[in-house]
Design a protein around this ligand. Structure first.
Ligand code: HEM
Length: 392
């Protein structure tokens, strides 16, 4: 199913919703799986204990061969089921608690301000994808985990190779091995020279105990380096583009920055960067929406469909920064719901408040219709050229 615009999910999702919220679809490899686009059905399935995230099941659905190799490599708690999932996830929960992440706001603000200084010092037009969107999450995660800024280009390139749907399975595995080796070396360095960062804290709190092995910690640090990177980067670019395409609402947002947190929730709902996931497999027979999912069937809970369900969000196709959108499922739902969502929120809120305050005349330097997305593991804007009135 193709998207009518970069900002809207495929029209076929509505027909699937009307047919009970799910339908059988054919995958690239000829196998079939259930595509779920109804809001209630997505939430119900993602919290159903008869559904598994274990990529080892033969019926597990993957969008491409490269993605299959990626998801089956370097096992982390993303692909584990309870109770194993909970044992590991609980190790990391306290480090991502809202209060702790809120304390990072001044650091994120400094990163965003420096990038905006550089953008304003460049003659327009500027492409905000490399100049801002990719840099904010990369620099933030470097600071949080205690990695040198210079390393970001290395893990960005590896992550990009892993996430591109056309990368060969062999290359995906090589890139994963390199990332794991990087995470391993980072942990060794923090054991020798602890500093004020999350990896040093994890090493001090967790290594040597009986909850998490070194191998599990290496896999989890690899996950933390990558999980919040391209996701947040693409949300930043798509959010700025969405607001520039809705000038009336942008004017309101500029006049009243207290609207920013709500606007971010609506942007997460409206854009739904994870357009063909989370994916799962049924371990038992499930009756839902007038259909029967048999044990072994693959399940694709398309949050991009659920977040456009009129039954959950009135006139869901409309972008409205005043709407109550906090019950969106852009961060998933159930036990695997995004661990890093407080950090993603701080980054998105800071970028949106800052860029439109500091560059009030910011506008697209291209025809909005020419903006395009790569249909990646998640949506990715290829470029975001912008311009503004320079102050003399
Ligand atoms: C899980 C979305 C940013 C770390 C997830 C899931 C979604 C998601 C949909 C659920 C996957 C599933 O159920 O299979 C997003 C979006 C982000 C974002 C849209 C940005 C706007 C971040 C950040 C971090 C992060 C900044 C951390 C630095 C994780 C982790 C998991 C996860 C560790 C796995 C949780 C588990 O399996 O228990 N994310 N994420 N994410 N996310 Fe995020």
């Amino acid at each position: 199913m193709t998207r009518p615009t970069p900002f809207d999910p495929p029209e076929g999702y509505a027909a699937v919703r009307d047919a009970g919220g799910l339908a059988r679809v054919r995958l690239w490899d000829g196998r079939t799986a259930w595509l779920v686009t109804g809001y209630d059905e997505v939430r119900s399935l993602l919290s159903d204990p008869r559904i598994s995230a274990d990529r080892g099941h033969p019926g597990f659905p993957f969008p491409t061969a490269g993605r299959e190799a990626l998801e089956r490599s370097g096992r982390t708690f993303v692909t584990m089921d309870p109770p194993e999932h909970g044992r590991l996830r609980r190790v990391f929960t306290k480090y991502f608690a809202i209060k702790r992440i809120e304390a990072l706001r001044p650091m994120v603000q400094r990163i965003v301000d420096e990038l905006v200084d550089d953008i304003m010092a460049t003659p327009p037009p500027v492409d905000l994808v490399p100049a801002l969107a990719l840099e904010v999450p990369a620099r933030t995660i470097c600071r949080v985990l205690g990695m040198p800024f210079e390393d970001r280009h290395r893990f960005q390139a590896l992550d990009h190779r892993r996430n591109t749907l056309t990368t060969s399975p062999e290359d995906v595995l090589r890139a994963t091995e390199e990332m794991l080796a990087y995470a391993d070396a980072l942990i060794t360095r923090k054991q020798r020279e602890p500093a004020d960062d999350l990896v040093s804290e994890l090493v001090a709190d967790q290594l040597g105990g009986d909850t998490v092995s070194r191998e599990e910690l290496v896999a989890a640090v690899r996950l933390l380096i990558t999980a919040g990177h391209e996701t947040t980067a693409n949300m930043i670019a798509m959010s700025i583009a969405t607001l520039l395409r809705h000038p009336e609402q942008l004017r309101e947002l500029r006049a009243d920055p207290s609207l920013v947190p709500n606007a971010v929730e609506e942007l997460l709902r409206y854009i739904s960067i994870f357009h063909i996931s989370p994916t799962r497999v049924a371990t038992e027979r499930i009756e839902i929406g007038g259909h029967v999912i048999e044990a072994g069937d693959g399940v694709i809970t398309a949050v991009a469909g659920a977040n456009r369900d009129d039954a959950a969000f009135a006139d869901a196709a409309r972008f409205d920064l005043h709407r109550e959108a906090r019950h969106h499922v852009a961060f998933g739902y159930g036990v695997h719901q995004c661990l890093g969502q407080p950090l993603a929120r701080v980054e998105l809120q800071t970028v949106i408040e800052t860029i439109f305050r500091r560059i009030p005349s910011l506008r697209l330097a291209t025809d909005p219709e020419s903006l395009s997305v790569k249909e990646y593991a998640f949506l990715s804007l290829t470029a975001l050229p912008v311009t503004w009135e320079e102050q003399s």
